[in-house]
Design a binder for this molecule. Structure first.
Ligand code: MN
Length: 197
């Protein structure tokens, strides 16, 4: 297999499992069309670029222009789709991550409020992130367009996509309502594993 060819990450749930927070129609477009287009664009741009055969994260950290934009969106959507779980009982951080959230934001509720505020307040298209530094200290980072905290030397843990394509079919202009609902489908065991402390 050619390692320079990227493919969409497998969804760890059925396409209708996130409803009513995210409809199967949104997944069909967001995962099936938007993510696929970023992957196709990235694969088409790699030959002769000097980035062939490189790991995705290294491309995101070091590329510029169209290769950065498409690689960033592939990495961002991979992290986004694999952090979600079927709607149902809301999960919460545990262990070291729960302790770090309490230490760095005051409480889990205060963290969620600040995260939603920074997502709602991000002008235009982008992503709001929970990220960790090398010592495990947490921060909330706003990134426009295809931005990812790996560009700042931070480890990305959790992200909400605030591009309109992520929510417009289900929430139209109500981005804050979409962000508030997303907590119902965050799989905090995935976020803890990414944190790694
Ligand atoms: Mn998206």
């Amino acid at each position: 297999m050619d390692n320079s060819i990227f493919t969409p990450v497998a969804l760890p749930y059925a396409q209708d499992a996130l409803a009513p927070v995210i409809s199967p129609e949104t997944i069909a477009f967001h995962y099936g069309k938007h993510l696929q287009a970023y992957i196709n664009n990235l694969n088409a741009a790699l030959p002769g670029s000097g980035f062939e055969g490189k790991e995705l994260e290294e491309i995101v950290r070091t590329a510029e222009g169209g290769i950065f934009n498409n690689a960033g969106q592939v990495l961002n959507h991979t992290l986004y789709f694999t952090q979600l779980k079927p709607a149902g009982a809301e999960s919460a951080p545990e262990g070291a991550l729960a302790g770090a959230i309490a230490r760095d934001f005051g409480s889990f509720e205060a963290f969620k409020a600040e995260f939603q505020k920074k997502g709602a307040g991000l002008f235009g298209s982008g992503w709001v992130w929970l990220a960790s530094d090398a010592e495990g200290r947490l921060q909330i980072v706003q990134e426009v367009n295809a931005g990812n905290p790996v560009r700042r030397g931070l480890k990305p843990l959790l992200t909400f996509d605030v591009w309109e394509h992520a929510y417009y079919l289900d929430y139209q202009n109500r981005r804050p309502d979409h962000l508030a609902a997303l907590w119902q489908i965050v799989d905090w065991s995935v976020i803890s594993a990414r944190y790694g402390f």
